[in-house]
Design a protein around this ligand. Structure first.
Ligand code: MRU
Length: 353
């Protein structure tokens, strides 16, 4: 069988529980956290045991199964009412990735289907479907994105968008997996991705686990890399894509995209339809998560900034659609995304799915 360079599964359902690979500990330790209630699911999302927009959505879907099971055990008649508060707790865990709200809304619709008895089995089937659909979408995007790359060339990626960040295979990293398999990549460069180091800790770990060579650089080295002509594509994921094609993604994506445009490096955003939010008109309307200043003031758990210094720590930024050459989704490829092209591909079905 052909290798697909994809062995990691960060989100699993085992023996009636949610099992998450604890991404805070990688690469030093490979440990799994077992979760059996919705509060712990929300905490795991907030504290980044699991992170990456699609992986957050899949985890939340399983979290709804845990919540409904507990509500039904507590109040068999009124479990749907009781579930509402749990869905709110889950939805508040992280604000930027729309996959979270999308998955909860889909699970809530399934929960609203009339029926009596324990809802767990039906909801678990729905959560599994969300998980499997995500992996299938990633494989499709991998093919579509890799087809756009005329190799061999170098590529640069930012953050972690792989199996760790999704149901499996990955978005931007899925394209990199597919292109690597097709022999189109001369070199994969990964930004370390300050401050949480998703690139240095996670992308490097995941690619190494799957035998794909990767070269790390500090985020500030991207301009020099592109000026040196070492990459043909900047390939990134997304946490939310607004109706006009503006993209929220990990902090640093915007500056990388500006530099890419300056140097004629093409910018590919890879994201499933579940990341597209036509209800958000533009990037300025996307809520940007602010995280603990300590992430900036310290490095590897050791404080590096002087005491008394403040920090500004937005976790995401907005890349305007005008800087994006191509958006790859499982529904198809959108060249030079703008409002009209987004609506043509994603309306009306995405908004309600
Ligand atoms: O803060 P994180 O690690 O959850 O941020 C993740 C990203 O920004 C990813 O690029 C995005 O979620 C896409 S993952 C397929």
């Amino acid at each position: 069988m052909e290798r697909d360079f994809d062995t990691v599964r960060a989100v699993q359902w085992r023996d009636g529980r949610l099992v998450l690979l604890d991404q805070r500990l990688l690469p030093a330790r490979t440990e799994y956290v077992t979760i059996d209630d919705v509060q712990a699911t929300a905490r795991a999302i907030r504290d980044m045991v699991v992170r990456g927009a699609p992986a957050i959505g899949v985890s939340a879907a399983y979290g709804v199964v845990l919540a409904a099971r507990a509500c039904y055990a507590r109040v068999a008649e009124g479990w749907r009412e009781a579930l509402r508060a749990d869905l709110e707790v889950l939805g508040a865990a992280r604000p930027t990735a729309v996959n979270l709200a999308w998955a909860i809304a889909r699970m809530a619709r399934r929960a609203a289907v009339p029926g009596t008895g324990d809802p767990s089995a039906a909801l678990l089937a729905e959560a599994r479907a969300i998980h499997e659909e995500d992996i299938a979408a990633n494989h499709r995007m991998g093919e579509l994105g890799a087809a756009l790359i005329e190799g061999p060339c170098g590529v640069l990626t930012h953050c972690n968008t792989g199996s760790l960040a999704t149901g499996g295979y990955g978005t931007a990293l899925g394209v990199i997996r597919s292109a690597y398999r097709a022999g189109k990549l001369s070199e994969v460069y990964a930004d370390e991705t300050r401050p949480w180091l998703q690139g240095a800790r996670l992308t490097a770990w995941e690619l190494r686990a799957d035998g794909i060579p990767v070269r790390l650089l500090v985020d500030g080295a991207g301009a020099h890399l592109m000026a040196a002509g070492k990459v043909g594509w900047l390939i990134v994921g997304a946490d939310r894509i607004a109706a006009n094609g503006d993209v929220a993604n990990k902090i640093g994506t915007y500056s990388a995209a500006i530099v890419a445009r300056h140097h004629g490096v093409r910018v590919m955003v890879v994201a499933p339809g579940t990341t597209v939010d036509l209800a958000t008109p533009d990037g300025a309307s996307i809520p940007i998560e602010q995280r603990d200043p300590e992430e900036v003031l310290a490095f590897g758990g050791r404080r590096v900034a002087p005491e008394g210094v403040a920090a500004w720590n937005p976790a995401f930024d907005i890349t305007p659609a005008a800087l994006i050459d191509v958006l790859v989704t499982e529904r198809g490829v959108v060249q030079a995304p703008d409002r009209a092209r987004m609506v043509a591909v994603f309306a009306p079905s995405t908004a309600g799915v």
